[in-house]
Design a protein around this ligand. Structure first.
Ligand SMILES: Nc1ncnc2c1ncn2[C@@H]1O[C@H](COP(=O)(O)OP(=O)(O)OP(=O)(O)O)[C@@H](O)[C@H]1O
Length: 327
C-alpha cells in the first residue's frame, strides 16, 4: 500500500456496542486530494458533524501530538506527527482495525489517516472517555485471550504492513514458520541494529548463537498465528467509564500468542490476569522456559532505543539460555 495513500472509512459503519458480528472494516487506497485542513474536512463530511465546537490538546503521548475535537456529532481523537509521513499511522489504523474486527477487546475504532498539507500526517479515531483506574486484570486477561483466539491469519506470521515498536521499525514479512520469523525479524533484526549502532558484536554473536539453537525451546508448543497487540505495557492499557479494559497504540502482527507477554516487565500483570487468560487460551508446554525469550526482543529494543542501561538484562537472558541449551 502506498505510503501517501489515505485510509477511508465511513462513519456510517460505526458501531456503538462491540457485540459481534461486526461488519468488515476496509481502508481502501484513495488518491489524496490535499485540502488545507484534511482533519476538519473529514470530521465535517464523513464524520457527520456540522460544527466543531472546540479542540484541545491531550497529554500523555511521546511520539505524536494528541487532540480532542469536540463536535455536534460527539468527540473525535486525533493524533498528528509533523515529520513522519502517513505510513506510521497506516500501521496504527490497520492494527486497530484488525483488533476492532475481532469484536473482543475494546479498542478505539479507527476512522481515517492521511498526509498533512504542511508535511507530516494525522490519524482520526473514536474518542474514548477513560474511567477512574478501576483495574480489572481478570477482565483484561480474558478479553486479550479472546482476541488472540479470534484474530487468526491465513498468511502465516507477520502483518500486511511494517510498523514500529517504539520508534524502531518492526519487520512483518509474512513467514510460514514462527521460529524463523521470531529469529530473523524479531531477535535477529534487533541484534543487527545493536551491532550497527553500538558496534556490539559480542551481543550480536551470542544472540545469533541463541537463535540457531533455540528450536528445542518450542517443543510441545502450539505455534499458531494469533493477532497480537504487540506492545502491551501499562501505558497502552486503560479502562473506560464502565470499567471495561481497552488497549491503545498497537504494534500489531500475527504471532505466537505467548509473545504478547514480552513487555510484561512494564505491564504489571498479576496472577488474576494470567489465570483468566489461560482459562481461554490454555497454557502450553514449555511456556515458563520461553517466557524470557519473548522479553528478550523488548529488552533488545530498549537497548537500541535508550542505550546501554538495558544491555545487561538482554545479555543476561542470552547467557542464561546459552547455558541452558549447552550452546
Ligand atoms: N482513542 C482515544 N480516546 C481518548 N484518549 C486517547 C485515545 N487514544 C489515546 N488517548 C490518550 O492520548 C494519549 C496519547 O496517545 P498515544 O499514547 O496513542 O500517543 P503516541 O504519542 O502515539 O504514543 P506513545 O505513547 O508511543 O508516545 C494517551 O496517553 C491517552 O491518554
Amino acid at each position: 500500500m502506498a505510503a501517501a495513500a489515505a485510509g477511508l472509512l465511513s462513519l456510517s459503519t460505526a458501531i456503538p456496542s462491540l457485540s459481534p458480528p461486526l461488519p468488515r472494516l476496509r481502508f481502501p487506497v484513495a488518491s489524496m486530494t490535499m485540502s488545507e485542513d484534511p482533519i476538519r474536512e473529514w470530521i465535517l463530511s464523513e464524520g457527520k458533524a456540522t460544527a466543531i465546537t472546540g479542540t484541545r490538546s491531550v497529554g500523555g503521548g511521546c511520539i505524536n501530538r494528541a487532540y480532542r475535537y469536540d463536535t455536534d456529532a460527539g468527540p473525535f481523537f486525533v493524533k498528528t506527527n509533523r515529520s513522519i509521513g502517513p505510513s506510521m499511522f497506516e500501521g496504527e489504523v490497520l492494527g486497530l482495525s484488525a483488533m476492532y474486527e475481532t469484536g473482543t477487546m475494546r479498542v478505539p475504532q479507527p476512522f481515517k489517516y492521511g498526509a498533512l498539507p504542511s508535511g507530516g500526517s494525522f490519524i482520526i479515531m473514536e474518542f474514548i472517555e477513560f474511567g477512574a483506574s478501576r483495574v480489572n486484570q481478570a477482565a483484561l486477561g480474558r478479553k486479550l485471550a479472546e482476541m488472540h483466539k479470534a484474530g487468526k491469519s491465513t498468511k502465516g506470521f507477520g502483518f500486511d504492513v511494517e510498523n514500529t515498536i517504539g520508534s524502531t521499525p518492526q519487520i512483518n514479512k509474512w513467514t510460514s514458520d514462527w521460529i524463523e520469523f521470531y529469529g530473523v525479524h524479531r531477535l535477529g533484526y534487533q541484534l543487527k541494529l545493536a551491532r550497527q549502532q553500538f558496534g556490539d558484536s559480542l551481543i550480536y554473536e551470542k544472540g545469533q548463537r541463541l537463535i540457531k539453537n533455540m528450536a528445542p525451546l518450542f517443543n510441545g508448543a502450539v505455534l499458531e498465528p494469533c493477532l497480537l497487540h504487540g506492545d502491551l505495557w501499562s501505558g497502552n492499557i486503560s479502562y473506560d467509564t464502565n470499567g471495561e479494559p481497552l488497549i491503545l497504540d498497537p504494534a500489531c502482527y500475527y504471532g505466537h500468542n505467548e509473545a504478547e507477554f514480552g513487555m510484561s516487565w512494564c505491564a504489571g500483570f498479576v496472577g488474576s490476569f494470567y489465570d483468566a487468560y489461560f482459562e481461554v487460551m490454555p497454557k502450553q508446554t514449555g511456556w515458563e522456559e520461553r517466557r524470557d525469550l519473548y522479553t528478550l526482543y523488548h529488552y533488545l529494543n530498549h537497548y537500541n532505543l535508550f542505550g546501554s542501561g538495558y544491555r545487561p538484562s538482554a545479555m543476561g537472558i542470552i547467557d542464561d539460555y546459552l547455558r541452558m541449551l549447552g550452546a
